[in-house]
Design a protein around this ligand. Sequence first.
Ligand code: ZN
Length: 451
Amino acid sequence: MTWSEYLCFNEHEKIARERVKIKTIITGATIVTMDEQNNVIPDGAIAFEDDRLTYVGAIPEELNQYDRVISAGGKVILPGLINTHGHAAMSLLRGFADDLPLKEWLETKMWPMEARFSNEHVKWGTYLAIVEMLKTGTTCFVDMYDHMDEVGQAVEISGIRGVLCRGAIGLGSQEEQKQKLEEAATFARNWHGAADGRITTMMAPHSPYTCPPAYIARFVDRAEALDLPIHIHMSETKREVEQNVRDYGQRPVAHLEQIGVFNRPTLVAHAVHVNDEEMDVLKNYDVKISHNPGSNLKLGSGIAPVSRMLQKGLDVSLGTDSAASNNNLDMFEEMRLAALIHKGAEQDPLAIPAQTALNMGTRIGAKTVFLSDSIGSLEPGKKADFIILDFEQSHLQPAFDVISHVVYAASGKDVRDVYIDGKQVVSHGVCLTVDEERVMYEANRVIREIM
Ligand SMILES: [Zn+2]
């Protein structure tokens, strides 16, 4: 029995996941396109065939050409949300260690537990995260972790889209470093383009504070050889920046620039402690930024200067980081936090408007994971990755302004249906591709074994 067979609910859903070239149109919903003009189409329609959107607009007069017509009155359709930084398997450690600063949290709590993780832990932890993400409207996620073949398989089976990388901490022996680098490169090469193209890969030295410069440089060389982007944590805490200056005489941005990291397309996570000059450097190299407001707040790391970054034209998207430092993977919450905390920090209610927060969770998200040609907005020709929200609920009425409700009033629990690559993966809030009950059972089993 293959995993696919084992995890699927039944024959019906297995068939539903297979490629079927039928023309489907969903009508009557409010379509939030997130195209360049941020067009919102009230009482609109969205059509797709196979994995691609074929039509987005007003309800066409002729519906005969479609094999399947789905009526979605009172619903809102959005592009799937894009979570641009995380460590999925760490969902096993949700609530295991709270209320600590990053250094203590990592060194005394996370790393000792993670050192005991086997393939099985990563498998079930990742499924746990994927089910949560799918049910809360995330259709594409970035994952930086270990045992990545398990993650690749979970992405393949669950139907989600993943931008995956084997994250390497280079604090061990030369031999250990070399092994991790080879693992990272092999994974990146083997899985790039896998799962019908739903998986892309990056090369990921964990951070400047866990990897010596020469080791980061080797990752850059490999990324160059494989023509892949780099993903790295950077300037998450003040302490990290000070340590970088102490150890290498430079702040992290100059340090990574000197190593040559930014010569590759790069996505940095956090960038909480970056000054004006550093933002200019990042902009010069078109470095992409994953802003993780929930995790940064919880670990007391600080508040990234996001509105300044946006003023400078940097692409800033949103990530949850892991459920161990968040403690959920609901991207609606990250959008809301992004829209709120900068207003408070800057005492400016215009700092990050709702529309900007939604851009960060969708269209800019796609840009920062180098997939803007295929996802991030609802436009003909793009992938049919979209989510349907039920707006006929008291907390979402009256619906004067859909964007406002999506960012300030909705949550992932309002997601009803999810489609990725034109295949339905969530229906009426139930994940079709993965057996959620079994995943919860196995996740509890494997983590309790090592507690
Ligand atoms: Zn992280």
